[in-house]
Design a protein around this ligand. Structure first.
Ligand SMILES: Nc1ncnc2c1ncn2[C@@H]1O[C@H](COP(=O)(O)OP(=O)(O)OP(=O)(O)O)[C@@H](O)[C@H]1O
Ligand SMILES: [Mg+2]
Length: 253
Protein backbone atom coordinates (compact mmCIF):
# COMPACT_ATOMS: atom_id res chain seq x y z
CA UNK A 1 0.00 0.00 0.00
CA UNK A 2 1.26 3.48 -0.87
CA UNK A 3 1.35 5.71 2.18
CA UNK A 4 0.23 9.32 1.83
CA UNK A 5 1.93 11.84 4.09
CA UNK A 6 0.83 15.49 3.98
CA UNK A 7 2.89 18.46 5.06
CA UNK A 8 0.61 21.25 6.27
CA UNK A 9 0.68 24.52 8.21
CA UNK A 10 -1.73 27.26 9.17
CA UNK A 11 0.65 30.15 8.68
CA UNK A 12 2.55 30.54 5.39
CA UNK A 13 6.32 30.36 5.12
CA UNK A 14 6.93 27.92 7.99
CA UNK A 15 9.01 25.59 5.79
CA UNK A 16 6.49 23.10 4.35
CA UNK A 17 8.05 22.96 0.91
CA UNK A 18 11.54 22.79 2.41
CA UNK A 19 10.36 19.89 4.59
CA UNK A 20 8.46 18.10 1.80
CA UNK A 21 11.47 18.26 -0.54
CA UNK A 22 14.10 17.22 2.00
CA UNK A 23 12.00 14.60 3.77
CA UNK A 24 11.26 13.02 0.37
CA UNK A 25 14.96 12.97 -0.48
CA UNK A 26 15.85 11.55 2.94
CA UNK A 27 13.27 8.75 2.62
CA UNK A 28 14.54 8.03 -0.83
CA UNK A 29 18.09 7.94 0.55
CA UNK A 30 16.93 5.09 2.82
CA UNK A 31 15.71 3.15 -0.21
CA UNK A 32 12.01 4.11 -0.41
CA UNK A 33 10.36 4.89 -3.73
CA UNK A 34 8.94 8.35 -3.14
CA UNK A 35 6.81 10.74 -5.17
CA UNK A 36 6.66 14.32 -3.91
CA UNK A 37 3.57 16.17 -5.03
CA UNK A 38 3.13 19.95 -5.13
CA UNK A 39 -0.49 20.85 -4.38
CA UNK A 40 0.19 24.50 -3.54
CA UNK A 41 -1.23 25.91 -6.76
CA UNK A 42 -0.98 29.57 -5.67
CA UNK A 43 2.67 29.50 -4.66
CA UNK A 44 4.24 26.44 -6.24
CA UNK A 45 7.92 26.13 -5.48
CA UNK A 46 8.64 22.48 -4.88
CA UNK A 47 10.56 22.19 -8.17
CA UNK A 48 12.62 25.26 -7.29
CA UNK A 49 13.40 23.98 -3.80
CA UNK A 50 14.54 20.73 -5.37
CA UNK A 51 16.84 22.79 -7.55
CA UNK A 52 14.93 22.23 -10.78
CA UNK A 53 13.76 24.78 -13.28
CA UNK A 54 10.08 23.97 -13.67
CA UNK A 55 9.66 23.08 -17.33
CA UNK A 56 8.09 19.62 -17.43
CA UNK A 57 4.46 18.57 -17.15
CA UNK A 58 2.52 19.65 -14.09
CA UNK A 59 -0.18 18.38 -11.81
CA UNK A 60 -2.60 20.82 -13.45
CA UNK A 61 -1.97 19.13 -16.86
CA UNK A 62 -2.87 15.82 -15.23
CA UNK A 63 -6.00 17.17 -13.49
CA UNK A 64 -7.19 18.65 -16.80
CA UNK A 65 -6.80 15.21 -18.37
CA UNK A 66 -4.16 16.41 -20.85
CA UNK A 67 -1.58 13.80 -19.77
CA UNK A 68 -1.55 10.48 -17.92
CA UNK A 69 -0.05 9.95 -14.47
CA UNK A 70 3.28 8.70 -15.83
CA UNK A 71 3.82 11.83 -17.87
CA UNK A 72 3.09 13.98 -14.80
CA UNK A 73 6.15 12.60 -13.03
CA UNK A 74 9.38 14.57 -13.27
CA UNK A 75 12.59 12.90 -12.15
CA UNK A 76 15.07 14.76 -9.99
CA UNK A 77 18.81 14.26 -10.61
CA UNK A 78 18.88 12.17 -7.42
CA UNK A 79 16.22 9.86 -8.84
CA UNK A 80 13.41 11.28 -6.68
CA UNK A 81 10.08 11.42 -8.51
CA UNK A 82 8.11 14.63 -8.15
CA UNK A 83 5.05 16.27 -9.65
CA UNK A 84 5.37 20.06 -9.83
CA UNK A 85 2.58 22.58 -9.99
CA UNK A 86 2.34 25.16 -12.78
CA UNK A 87 3.91 28.57 -12.20
CA UNK A 88 1.01 30.43 -13.82
CA UNK A 89 -2.36 30.68 -12.06
CA UNK A 90 -4.94 28.20 -13.23
CA UNK A 91 -8.53 27.23 -12.55
CA UNK A 92 -7.66 23.82 -11.13
CA UNK A 93 -8.19 22.90 -7.50
CA UNK A 94 -7.26 19.72 -5.72
CA UNK A 95 -9.95 17.66 -4.04
CA UNK A 96 -9.73 14.74 -1.65
CA UNK A 97 -10.87 12.46 -4.51
CA UNK A 98 -8.10 13.79 -6.79
CA UNK A 99 -5.47 12.97 -4.16
CA UNK A 100 -6.87 9.48 -3.57
CA UNK A 101 -7.01 8.90 -7.32
CA UNK A 102 -3.38 9.98 -7.74
CA UNK A 103 -2.29 7.74 -4.85
CA UNK A 104 -4.14 4.85 -6.46
CA UNK A 105 -2.48 5.39 -9.81
CA UNK A 106 1.00 5.73 -8.28
CA UNK A 107 0.55 2.73 -6.02
CA UNK A 108 2.37 0.30 -8.33
CA UNK A 109 5.66 2.21 -8.09
CA UNK A 110 5.54 4.47 -5.01
CA UNK A 111 5.99 3.38 -1.40
CA UNK A 112 5.21 6.86 -0.18
CA UNK A 113 3.68 10.04 -1.55
CA UNK A 114 4.64 13.27 0.21
CA UNK A 115 2.25 16.15 -0.36
CA UNK A 116 3.43 19.75 -0.15
CA UNK A 117 0.16 21.48 0.82
CA UNK A 118 -0.86 25.13 0.54
CA UNK A 119 -0.89 27.20 3.77
CA UNK A 120 -4.10 28.11 5.54
CA UNK A 121 -7.51 26.60 5.94
CA UNK A 122 -8.57 26.28 2.30
CA UNK A 123 -9.74 23.47 0.05
CA UNK A 124 -6.19 22.25 -0.63
CA UNK A 125 -5.52 21.97 3.10
CA UNK A 126 -8.75 20.04 3.82
CA UNK A 127 -8.17 17.74 0.82
CA UNK A 128 -4.70 16.84 2.11
CA UNK A 129 -5.93 16.44 5.66
CA UNK A 130 -8.76 14.09 4.72
CA UNK A 131 -6.99 12.01 2.06
CA UNK A 132 -3.73 11.38 3.94
CA UNK A 133 -2.69 8.49 6.10
CA UNK A 134 -0.47 10.75 8.18
CA UNK A 135 -0.19 14.51 8.55
CA UNK A 136 2.87 16.48 9.61
CA UNK A 137 2.35 20.04 10.80
CA UNK A 138 5.30 22.35 10.19
CA UNK A 139 5.51 25.32 12.50
CA UNK A 140 8.00 27.86 13.81
CA UNK A 141 8.64 28.76 17.43
CA UNK A 142 6.48 31.91 17.32
CA UNK A 143 3.35 32.17 19.39
CA UNK A 144 1.13 33.17 16.40
CA UNK A 145 2.22 30.08 14.47
CA UNK A 146 1.39 27.85 17.42
CA UNK A 147 -2.20 29.10 17.60
CA UNK A 148 -2.59 27.86 14.03
CA UNK A 149 -1.28 24.45 15.04
CA UNK A 150 -3.99 24.26 17.68
CA UNK A 151 -6.58 25.07 15.03
CA UNK A 152 -5.17 22.34 12.78
CA UNK A 153 -5.38 19.85 15.64
CA UNK A 154 -9.06 20.78 16.13
CA UNK A 155 -9.84 20.48 12.42
CA UNK A 156 -8.05 17.13 12.23
CA UNK A 157 -10.12 15.80 15.09
CA UNK A 158 -13.34 17.00 13.43
CA UNK A 159 -12.44 15.18 10.23
CA UNK A 160 -10.97 12.06 11.83
CA UNK A 161 -7.51 12.79 10.38
CA UNK A 162 -4.36 11.41 11.94
CA UNK A 163 -1.76 13.99 12.86
CA UNK A 164 1.57 12.26 13.20
CA UNK A 165 3.16 15.22 14.91
CA UNK A 166 4.69 18.66 14.69
CA UNK A 167 7.94 19.55 12.94
CA UNK A 168 9.34 22.57 14.73
CA UNK A 169 11.37 24.37 12.09
CA UNK A 170 13.66 27.41 12.27
CA UNK A 171 14.63 26.97 15.93
CA UNK A 172 17.15 29.59 17.01
CA UNK A 173 17.43 28.65 20.66
CA UNK A 174 16.36 32.12 21.84
CA UNK A 175 14.60 32.72 25.15
CA UNK A 176 11.70 34.43 23.37
CA UNK A 177 10.90 31.29 21.40
CA UNK A 178 8.14 28.89 22.27
CA UNK A 179 9.72 25.69 23.52
CA UNK A 180 8.95 22.12 22.44
CA UNK A 181 7.23 21.53 25.79
CA UNK A 182 5.06 24.66 25.51
CA UNK A 183 3.98 23.70 22.00
CA UNK A 184 3.11 20.17 23.06
CA UNK A 185 1.15 21.46 26.03
CA UNK A 186 -0.75 24.08 24.00
CA UNK A 187 -1.59 21.89 21.01
CA UNK A 188 -1.86 18.41 22.50
CA UNK A 189 0.42 17.17 19.66
CA UNK A 190 3.91 15.70 19.85
CA UNK A 191 6.85 17.63 18.46
CA UNK A 192 8.54 14.78 16.59
CA UNK A 193 11.42 16.76 15.09
CA UNK A 194 13.13 20.08 15.65
CA UNK A 195 15.09 21.70 12.84
CA UNK A 196 17.54 24.53 13.48
CA UNK A 197 17.30 27.88 11.76
CA UNK A 198 20.38 28.00 9.61
CA UNK A 199 21.55 29.99 6.60
CA UNK A 200 22.34 26.64 4.98
CA UNK A 201 18.59 26.39 4.17
CA UNK A 202 18.53 29.47 1.92
CA UNK A 203 21.99 28.71 0.58
CA UNK A 204 20.94 25.21 -0.48
CA UNK A 205 18.02 26.63 -2.48
CA UNK A 206 20.29 29.23 -4.05
CA UNK A 207 22.85 26.56 -4.92
CA UNK A 208 20.08 24.24 -6.16
CA UNK A 209 21.44 21.52 -3.93
CA UNK A 210 18.97 20.33 -1.27
CA UNK A 211 20.37 19.86 2.25
CA UNK A 212 19.24 16.22 2.40
CA UNK A 213 21.67 15.40 -0.40
CA UNK A 214 24.63 16.60 1.66
CA UNK A 215 25.66 13.59 3.81
CA UNK A 216 27.06 15.82 6.57
CA UNK A 217 24.62 18.75 6.65
CA UNK A 218 23.20 19.45 10.10
CA UNK A 219 19.72 20.22 8.74
CA UNK A 220 20.09 17.24 6.40
CA UNK A 221 20.62 15.06 9.49
CA UNK A 222 17.41 16.46 11.02
CA UNK A 223 15.52 15.31 7.94
CA UNK A 224 17.23 11.90 8.00
CA UNK A 225 16.18 11.54 11.66
CA UNK A 226 12.61 12.46 10.74
CA UNK A 227 12.59 10.07 7.77
CA UNK A 228 13.96 7.25 9.94
CA UNK A 229 11.35 7.92 12.59
CA UNK A 230 8.48 7.87 10.07
CA UNK A 231 9.68 4.69 8.40
CA UNK A 232 10.69 2.74 11.54
CA UNK A 233 14.36 2.82 10.70
CA UNK A 234 17.34 3.81 12.75
CA UNK A 235 19.63 6.70 11.86
CA UNK A 236 22.64 8.09 13.63
CA UNK A 237 24.62 10.97 12.19
CA UNK A 238 28.29 10.03 11.61
CA UNK A 239 30.46 11.29 14.48
CA UNK A 240 32.78 13.10 12.03
CA UNK A 241 30.03 15.18 10.32
CA UNK A 242 30.90 18.17 12.52
CA UNK A 243 34.54 17.90 11.44
CA UNK A 244 33.55 17.78 7.76
CA UNK A 245 31.35 20.86 8.21
CA UNK A 246 34.17 22.67 10.02
CA UNK A 247 36.62 21.77 7.27
CA UNK A 248 34.21 23.03 4.61
CA UNK A 249 33.79 26.30 6.52
CA UNK A 250 37.56 26.85 6.74
CA UNK A 251 38.07 26.10 3.05
CA UNK A 252 35.07 28.23 2.06
CA UNK A 253 33.17 25.37 0.40
N1 LIG B 1 15.43 25.67 8.95
C1 LIG B 1 15.46 26.78 8.21
N2 LIG B 1 16.43 27.72 8.44
C2 LIG B 1 16.48 28.86 7.71
N3 LIG B 1 15.61 29.17 6.72
C3 LIG B 1 14.63 28.29 6.45
C4 LIG B 1 14.50 27.06 7.16
N4 LIG B 1 13.44 26.38 6.66
C5 LIG B 1 12.94 27.14 5.68
N5 LIG B 1 13.64 28.27 5.55
C6 LIG B 1 13.39 29.37 4.59
O1 LIG B 1 12.09 29.88 4.82
C7 LIG B 1 11.49 30.26 3.59
C8 LIG B 1 10.12 29.61 3.48
O2 LIG B 1 10.28 28.22 3.34
P1 LIG B 1 9.24 27.36 2.50
O3 LIG B 1 9.03 27.95 1.16
O4 LIG B 1 9.65 25.94 2.57
O5 LIG B 1 7.92 27.60 3.39
P2 LIG B 1 6.43 27.18 3.05
O6 LIG B 1 5.79 26.84 4.34
O7 LIG B 1 6.41 26.14 2.00
O8 LIG B 1 5.84 28.54 2.46
P3 LIG B 1 4.39 28.73 1.76
O9 LIG B 1 3.41 28.73 2.89
O10 LIG B 1 4.50 30.03 1.07
O11 LIG B 1 4.21 27.56 0.83
C9 LIG B 1 12.45 29.85 2.48
O12 LIG B 1 13.16 30.99 2.07
C10 LIG B 1 13.38 28.87 3.16
O13 LIG B 1 14.67 28.91 2.62
MG1 LIG C 1 5.42 26.06 0.16
Amino acid sequence: MTELISIVSGKGGTGKTFTAANLSLALQGFGDQVVCLDTDFDSPNLALQLGHIPEGHTIEDYLRGDINEHKAINVHDSGLMFVPSALHLSEETITEENIRDIADRFSSFADRIIIDSPPGFNEGFYSSLKASDRVLVVTNPEFQAINDVRKIAEEAEKHGAKIEGVVLNKMEGMLEEASKGEIEKTTGLDVIQTIPHHKEARKSIHKRSPVALDPHSKIGHSFRELAADLSDRKFRAPWYSGLVRGFKKITGR
